[in-house]
Design a protein around this ligand. Sequence first.
Ligand SMILES: [Zn+2]
Ligand SMILES: [Zn+2]
Length: 357
Amino acid sequence: MRRALGWTIGVGVVLALAGVLLFRIPAVQDLLIRRMVAQRVASADWLLAPDALRVALCGTSAPLPHPSRAKTCTAVFAAGRFWIVDTGPSSWNNLALWRVDGAKIGGILYTHFHSDHIAELGEFNLQTWAAGRPAALRVFGPPGVERVVAGFTEAYALDTGYRIAHHGAEFLPEATARMEPVAVVAEGPGSVVVLEEDGLRITAFPVDHRPIVPAYGYRFDYRGRSVVVSGDTTKTPALVTAASGADVLVHEAQANHLIAIIGDAAEAAGRGRVAKIMHDIPSYHTTPVEAAEAANAARVRLLVFSHLNPPPPNRLAEAPFLRGVADVRPQGWILGDDGTLVTLPAESDVVTVGRVD
Ligand SMILES: [Zn+2]
Ligand SMILES: [Zn+2]
């Protein structure tokens, strides 16, 4: 028995050594790299199949730092295209890692213009243009979207020129590098239709993120299925009305009991400015428990927590973040991660939770 084990270990060591030696040979390196690259350059077109409404989280953190979560971004795949609600810092990197074909972008929708929601607009525009987007990028948002688009356009103007000069205007036409701002006016209760295309209807509704006015949430309806993205808001009846009967509600979540602890620690550490901010921010966000209450009131099938503040640094920290949620809503919710994918097959009641990657 002992002898057989010795043999097995011996053979394993020899094989491992042989593998290490083989990988030193350039031709073997190139072969393995070719195989790996071939898998990674192919587009993930399955996400765009029109058989379902899909929602993927491309950024799940609020402004506090986190080593691996990008800031706010939600991608909705419908009718052969994808739509992005908010472009937080590092969020394009997720879409690139998932190999989403940038040419298939339908548009960007802004809930409001806080920096953790808009920072990567320039990158989204550049990358989808380089991928062969056939027209200007539509950017929807509250009034003010024109200023944001103009600013990013100016900031990227030199880069746009460099790339046209380098790759040629035929490959990267100046006309398709443009962004087209579309101001959406949603005042008072109720929703306004942002667009209807190929069976997809997107509506905007005002939420309560005062003093940021207006701030919106968005609802996507496609082939009998629906997804609502809350944007940043306190608990508000407007969201419950707009999310009524939706399959999925992607809701912001701020654990104020943890924000208070961070504020106290910052005060004790002599970081008064951090303490002041921690003191101010509970007034315009929703706690996980309140989000669960809203999901119950709206009778949604699945609540997905995103825009997490503070973003839990590890699995252990998720329990205190979610304290009290299970008492209000025992099931029908998940804590979102970058890469969480929810699939809603057309004309059905099925809700599947998985990962994009
Ligand atoms: Zn935010
Ligand atoms: Zn905000």
